[in-house]
Design a protein around this ligand. Structure first.
Ligand code: AMP
Length: 208
């Protein structure tokens, strides 16, 4: 193989670009409890991507008691969605002006309006979406995982009522994005069942 690329310098260039493109924008979608956060952390590390989790960003605001955090807390505890303006503003300030956009979004976008704003922002940056990964998990399994997380991490939005509400909100407001990205031919549906390791291999397999 080395002799091929020596004979054809363009080939070397192409493979170098493939291994670390200037832009890589991956969206991780799935219902609450699908394992997005766990997979996102590892994926971001291994692919040298900036992990942008809007949930983590909001929780950080709540922890540090900013005005935004104070407004967001009640909404998060109720399992509802924080307003599109706030979310899009946070994302925009995290990546606007970057000339290399290598980002993994976890839990964003969550509404069609957020998806359209993301398209606008990425168009400004000339950074197309690489792939949208949808992790699909049986509902019983989701509920079990969230209950486990409530015990281990003590997240204030992991109680039974809020979990149910978050599932409904996902179905009503976020599920339509599946069609949105499918129509753009960006969607990759993957099973999120099984071990963390098994799910990770599936994701890594489609991002080759
Ligand atoms: P997550 O950690 O992604 O499950 O997010 C926890 C909570 O933060 C959600 O239930 C929402 O209240 C809020 N949140 C996180 N990301 C978004 C988003 N993209 N749009 C609206 N609300 C969000």
């Amino acid at each position: 193989m080395a002799s091929d690329s020596a004979a054809n310098p363009a080939m070397t260039k192409t493979s170098a670009l493939k291994s670390s493109p200037k832009h890589e924008v991956v969206l991780l979608m799935g219902p609450p409890g699908a394992g997005k956060g766990t997979q996102a952390t590892r994926l971001a590390e291994e692919r040298n991507l900036l992990k942008l989790s809007t949930g983590d960003m909001l929780r950080e605001h709540v922890r540090s008691g900013t005005e935004l955090g104070q407004r967001a807390k009640a909404i998060m505890d109720a399992g509802e969605l924080v307003s599109d303006d706030i979310i899009v503003g946070m994302v925009r300030s995290a990546i606007a002006g970057e000339n290399s956009v290598r980002v993994l979004f976890d839990g964003f976008p969550r509404t069609p309006a957020q998806a359209r704003s993301l398209d606008d922002l990425l168009e400004e940056l000339a950074a197309p979406i690489t792939a949208v990964i949808l992790l699909e998990v049986d509902e019983d399994e989701l509920v079990g995982r969230l209950a486990g997380r409530a015990r281990e991490e003590g997240r204030s939005d992991d109680n039974a009522d809020t979990i149910r509400r978050r599932m409904r909100v996902y179905q009503e407001q976020t599920q339509p994005l599946v069609d949105y990205y499918e129509a753009k031919n960006k969607l990759r549906r993957l099973s999120g069942m099984g071990s963390v390791e098994a799910v990770y291999s599936r994701i890594a397999g489609v991002l080759l």
